[in-house]
Design a protein around this ligand. Structure first.
Ligand code: SF4
Length: 315
């Protein structure tokens, strides 16, 4: 699917839904149900590797270009004990590998060593002051902010490949000038290739979450740009065509497993895939539900991703 940072990305969802070390108020997957800091063997790595190989081969057979295979699950990717093994195994596919992490486990030597195999790593840095961090990211209670920040610093200092950062600004929680200045000063020490500034655009875990006003956003951008060579704003939805396998409903459910989609865009996607009425039956069966956010209607999965996709494949 099109990614705002990575071009055309094949997403790998290798962590069960909402196993995370954070429970960010803006998370598009809802509140974290398993808040944890221990690494776990979630799936046999050979199954995930085989699934990636199959998908890459299918994309290539259709002539679909892939810029990155991206480990971007519905939880924190570095919680997966097999992340490094999977990254190394798919090196032979000749596709760049990316990991989008919240950075909370980078204090661990094993996690930093495993991520060294990725061609690109993007780290979330929403706040560097305790109050804003706890209010926005709602981390596991056993994680200390200084430990998390120190891990990120060490990773950035050791990093050889591309490094991105992403900072999500939430109105009234981490958008105060002092909070943004603290983030900018911290990011400067990391020397990222690009520092992205984002605002919540999709239905968040907590309904009261909103984006900062335009003036605050512009001020935050300028604060970061004063210290960093390249800052980009992520304030829109993904653009560009989504990939297709030939089954429009299954493809739509796979997209919704990653993020909600505006309802008109979902209808368009199904119609262009030859399944115009498909959304009505998905809504009627509860596989897909409507969510209103900031005056717009989105559709998202009503079942867990595994159940939704299994149901779609059942004749
Ligand atoms: S946004 Fe990412 S880090 Fe935050 S709760 Fe959701 S999955 Fe976890």
């Amino acid at each position: 699917m099109p990614s705002r940072r990575l071009g055309r990305s094949l997403g790998v969802n290798h962590v069960p839904r909402k196993h995370c070390s954070y429970s960010c108020v803006y998370c598009q997957d809802g509140r974290t149900t398993t808040l944890e800091l221990e690494r776990v063997a979630f799936h046999p790595p050979e199954q995930v590797i085989e699934a990636i190989e199959r998908r890459v081969a299918a994309c290539r057979a259709r002539g679909d270009a892939i810029d990155y295979v991206t480990f971007v699950p519905d939880g924190e990717p570095t919680l997966d004990l097999h992340l490094g093994e999977m990254l190394r195994a798919i090196d032979s596919l000749g596709v760049r590998r990316a990991v989008l992490t919240n950075g909370s486990l980078l204090w661990r030597d094993d996690v930093r060593a495993e991520l060294a195999a990725a061609d690109l790593v993007s780290i979330k840095v929403d706040a560097v002051d305790e109050r804003a961090w706890r209010r926005v990211d709602r981390p596991s209670g056993v994680l200390a902010l200084e430990v998390a920040l120190d891990g990120i610093r060490r990773f950035a200092a050791e990093r050889r490949g591309s490094l991105l950062t992403e900072t999500m600004l939430v109105r009234g929680l981490n958008d105060a000038p002092a909070s943004v200045e603290g983030v900018a000063a911290f990011l400067e020490t990391l020397r990222p290739d690009v520092a992205y500034l984002a605002v919540p655009t999709r239905p968040p875990a907590e309904p009261e979450v909103d984006a900062p006003c335009e003036a605050t956003l512009v001020a935050a951008f300028e604060t970061l740009a004063a210290r960093l060579p390249r800052v980009e704003l992520l304030a829109g939805d993904e653009s560009g065509p989504f990939g297709r396998s030939g089954d429009a409903v299954t493809d739509l459910l796979a997209i919704l497993a990653v993020h909600p989609m505006q309802e008109p865009a979902a209808r368009r996607y199904l119609a262009e895939g030859g399944d115009g009425p498909g959304l009505e039956s998905l809504l009627a069966s509860g596989q897909v539900v409507r969510v209103a956010h900031r005056g717009r209607l989105f559709v998202t999965l009503g079942l867990s991703p595994v159940r939704a996709l299994a149901t779609a494949r059942t004749p």
